[in-house]
Ligand binder design. Structure first.
Ligand code: PGA
Length: 251
């Protein structure tokens, strides 16, 4: 199997002000020693991306965005930010199709795929989020729902990252069991392989949803888990560093 470098990404959502950017060098002070083995990424709110890049300049922390326009080219779209602009101010990755956007902004699989394609066209790595709701899990529809999301919201391109984020585990207290996580990660890779064949082995698949310093090691040890997408626990350098340092690649 192709070696996949772990990626541990912090999604700051709509939290923080300029002062929060100090967490970036503080994070590096704690994780710099393992940086060769693990990609560490912070995705701040859009207005802070350029300043975050500055704050990360002397570090190996990478900076990403939380969303982008599906339109690749500059055009008349008031309020939108395209992937080329994000790349221009120093972003390397962009999260697309997070469940909060799918829910609050009615984003469809098609729209998410267009965003991921626009990201790739600008040289960014899209982190495409998928995941079932509690009702879907309870109805036994995990494979159907997540399979359709992977088929319809990822471009047929191995330069993507997929994040499995069960909607019910985000912002809460519970996570799936390790076998449940492994089962869905396996399903995602099999679904990617339908279009990408062997290249699917190179795609990193992250777990997200209530990852914290206490459960990260167990989640990272799960089969097929190539890192994490972390919300709340990425806001403070100490917590996020503890998560990164608990990865086996950090030992
Ligand atoms: P959480 O959020 O870690 O706070 O549960 C994860 C996410 O929404 O990406």
């Amino acid at each position: 199997m192709a070696a996949r470098k772990p990626l541990i990404a912090g999604n700051w959502k709509m939290y923080g002000r300029s002062a929060a950017l100090g967490e970036i060098p503080a994070l590096w002070a704690q994780v710099g020693g393992v940086a060769g083995a693990i990609d560490a990424l912070i995705c701040p709110p859009a207005p802070y991306i350029a300043a975050a890049r500055q704050a990360a300049a002397a570090t190996g922390v990478q900076i990403g965005a939380q969303d982008c326009s599906p339109a690749a080219d500059d055009s008349a779209r008031t309020g939108e930010v395209n992937a080329a602009m994000l790349a221009d101010v120093g972003a390397r990755y962009v999260i697309v199709g997070h469940s909060e956007r799918r829910t609050l902004h009615a984003e469809s699989n098609d729209l998410v795929r267009h965003k991921a394609e626009a990201a790739l066209a600008a040289g960014l790595t899209p982190i495409v989020c998928v995941g079932e709701t509690l009702a879907e899990r309870e109805a036994g529809r995990v494979a159907e729902v997540v399979g359709a999301q992977v088929r319809e919201s990822t471009p047929a391109d191995a330069r993507i990252v997929v994040a499995y984020e069960p909607v019910w585990a985000i912002g809460g207290a519970s996570t799936p069991t390790i076998p449940e996580i492994e089962e869905v990660h396996h399903l995602i890779r099999e679904t990617l392989a339908e279009r990408l064949a062997g290249e699917a082995n190179g795609v990193r698949i992250l777990y997200g949803g209530s990852v914290g310093p206490k459960n990260a090691a167990e989640i990272f040890a799960a089969m097929g888990v190539d890192g994490a997408l972390v919300g709340r626990a990425s806001l403070k350098a100490a917590d996020f560093a503890a998560i990164i340092l608990s990865h086996p690649a950090a030992k």
